[in-house]
Design a protein around this ligand. Structure first.
Ligand code: FPP
Length: 246
């Protein structure tokens, strides 16, 4: 479903908190798409789109936290994104590095638990160690922010099955696989939001999205503001979730 309208008036934080609680929105996930197009349309380098996208990501996480959504997941870099020009990959890694530094410094204030989803072995040693340090530093915080980094949904399932095989399993259950996914600390996403007018999951949370509600909008990620987020949550609150029942 495509929404181009803005809500008539922004709801207050209190109203959104109530809505989030009433519709039991426990986990929201974002595919942060459209940064490149946003920049290109303005005659700017694609890297500028990612830089604005990183700012929008920070703001979105804060808003979700203020509304009482306990788990947020964002797709920052896929296993396929290494095919991009080196300059662009380097800029995304630089943005992540700088975000991790801020997250460390703001830990006392934000109290967010950071978990990096994906295969960290392909990251630089420096970035991998910073990710691991942040995960350890924040592991007792209550609100969870999953950042998918060198992440692929198929890769994650293969990784989970191989983990089970290495522990001696010859048959596996759905629960076994769920427990071995990078997201094992989080419930499945209730809502997955994809901006930029693309209608696919692009290898994101393939296992976990079995019963997720999907929300698509034409808005490009750098333009995804609080009004857009409200539209997504309001739309979710009107969905009838049956999980295969009646
Ligand atoms: C997809 O848009 C976006 C990415 C591959 C990178 C997302 C990265 C960030 C928002 C910045 C770093 C993140 C953090 C957590 C600090 P696209 O480039 O595919 O856009 P396009 O489809 O318009 O080309």
């Amino acid at each position: 479903m495509i929404f181009k309208k803005k809500p008539a008036a922004l709801k207050s934080t209190e109203e959104m908190k109530q809505l989030v609680s009433d519709c039991n929105l426990r986990h929201i996930a974002f595919i942060m798409d459209g940064n490149g197009r946003w920049a290109t349309r303005r005659g700017l380098p694609r890297e500028t789109g990612h830089s604005v996208g990183a700012r929008v990501f920070k703001k979105t996480v804060t808003t979700c936290r203020d509304w009482g959504i306990p788990t947020v997941t964002a797709y920052a870099f896929s296993t396929e994104n290494w095919k991009r020009p080196e300059k662009e990959v380097n800029e995304i890694m630089r943005l992540l590095d700088s975000y991790i530094k801020e997250a460390r410094e703001d830990n006392e204030k934000n109290r967010i638990r950071y978990i990096f989803l994906g295969d960290k072995s392909r990251l630089s040693d420096d970035l991998r160690q910073k990710c691991e340090y942040l995960e350890e530093l924040t592991k007792d915080n209550r609100l969870t922010l999953n950042i998918a980094l060198n992440y692929g949904g198929r890769d994650e399932i293969v990784h989970a099955v191989n983990t089970l095989i290495s522990k001696g399993a010859d048959r596996v259950t759905e629960d076994d696989i769920s427990r071995c996914l990078y997201t094992s600390a989080s419930p499945d996403p209730d809502l997955i939001v994809r901006p930029s007018g693309e209608y696919r999951l692009s290898n994101f949370l393939l296992w976990q999205s079995a019963y997720s509600e999907l929300y698509f909008t034409d808005t490009l990620w750098p333009d995804f503001d609080e009004a857009q987020l409200q539209l997504a949550v309001i739309d979710f609150s009107n969905r009838s979730r049956r999980f295969g029942g009646v």
